[in-house]
Design a binder for this molecule. Structure first.
Ligand code: 5GP
Ligand code: MN
Ligand code: MN
Length: 344
């Protein structure tokens, strides 16, 4: 059944895992005003990260969160911890030199476990997975960009740039891992914005991705914020993902959600159930000025801090290739920030 929201957008009703697509999903700022009538939502408040001087105890897992480092890790001072999480956009364009530099940075970090997802800037990752429009690639890197990337991969004898990351890195791509007994799930996808890597339509298309989050997940890692938390751009508009918000609030209710992408939204927030960390290291001018965010979660009973198990994930072929086709037909409309109309 199709319904038109007050903005006039056509939105097909879609219920998945009990989650319904919000009628204003394509205008997250408006969806936020509608959702904010829920008293639970109003409880979300900003809190302080654990200071690096606070000792790490044996019964807690210290999680250190960074994101959106955009190849600016040279002078980044990362506090000690058990797990280092990077929530995507570690490069500008995903070039092999940039990925190698990030790999070298990771290799020097002392954390027992390193968990990484890609973001919309990791064009080479998106391209190799089939989720970066070739026209976007050419627009951003020039017509020779794709050829030179392929040539570099050949020289390095790799089929995918993630092979450059250190072997012990837990790389999540719509997949799960249990780290220090904590169930983690990560995804590089974000709502469509200028057609970079892993861009999906707001609404039912992106909800399909979030449907893959197991309901018992402790730590969700996505590149995009949910709507309403750490997702405000400088105009004041909110551009986070409405369906991610609903999925986390109504179904998954994780202990921790780590993300980045909206650099202006950096900070740690809580609604009393979930800690939300927008760990963007870079500010809106791509200057790496924000400190890593540190969080302690209780070590689940029966697990040791050494434990790590990577689960088989949703393959890229299960993430519908229709997305890319639809992105080729997309046209941006005016209206509020983050508002797009799609021609399917
Ligand atoms: P990045 O290019 O690193 O992915 O994002 C950098 C900045 O672009 C963000 O801090 C934010 O200002 C802007 N941006 C990213 N995604 C969106 C979006 O969906 N809507 C709007 N209006 N701005 C966005
Ligand atoms: Mn970024
Ligand atoms: Mn981004």
């Amino acid at each position: 059944m199709a319904s038109a929201g007050p903005s006039g957008h056509q939105q097909t009703d879609c219920i998945s895992h009990g989650i319904r697509v919000h009628p204003e999903t394509r205008c997250p700022d408006r969806a936020f005003s509608m959702l904010s009538v829920e008293k639970e939502f109003k409880k979300t408040k900003k809190i302080k990260s654990i200071g690096p001087g606070v000792p790490i105890t044996s019964d807690n897992v210290r999680i250190v969160c960074i994101s959106d480092t955009h190849s600016r890790t040279n002078r980044l001072d990362v506090p000690a911890g058990d797990v280092l999480i990077h929530a995507g956009d570690f490069t500008f364009h995903g070039g092999m030199g940039e990925v190698q530099a990030f790999a070298n940075f990771l290799a020097t970090q002392p954390h027992k476990h390193k968990v990484v997802i890609a973001g919309n800037h990791e064009l080479s990752f998106g391209y190799c997975d089939g989720f970066c429009d070739i026209r976007t690639f050419k627009r951003l890197l020039g017509s020779t960009g794709v050829d030179s990337m392929k040539q570099k991969m050949q020289e390095l004898n790799i089929n995918h740039p993630r092979e450059l990351l250190p072997k012990d890195v837990v790389y999540l791509n719509n997949s799960a891992a249990t780290v220090c007994g904590l169930k983690m799930w990560g995804s590089p996808w974000s709502p469509y914005f200028h057609g970079w890597a892993y861009n999906a339509q707001r609404g039912k298309e992106i909800l399909k991705i979030w449907d893959g989050i197991p309901s018992n997940t402790d730590v969700v890692i996505t590149h995009t914020p949910p709507v309403g938390v750490g997702d405000q751009i400088s105009s004041g508009d909110r551009v986070g993902c409405v369906e991610l918000y609903t999925t986390l609030k109504e179904r998954v209710r994780p202990q921790l959600h780590v993300f980045g992408h909206i650099h202006e939204g950096y900070g740690l927030y809580t609604d009393g159930t979930t800690l939300y960390a927008n760990a963007s290291t870079c500010n809106i001018n791509y200057k790496p000025i924000n400190n890593p965010i540190c969080i302690d979660l209780p070590l689940p009973e029966g697990f040791s801090k050494e434990d790590v198990r990577v689960e088989a994930g949703m393959s890229n072929h299960e993430v519908s290739r229709e997305f890319l086709q639809q992105q080729s037909n997309v046209s941006q409309s005016g209206g509020c920030a983050g508002c797009f109309q799609w021609r399917l």
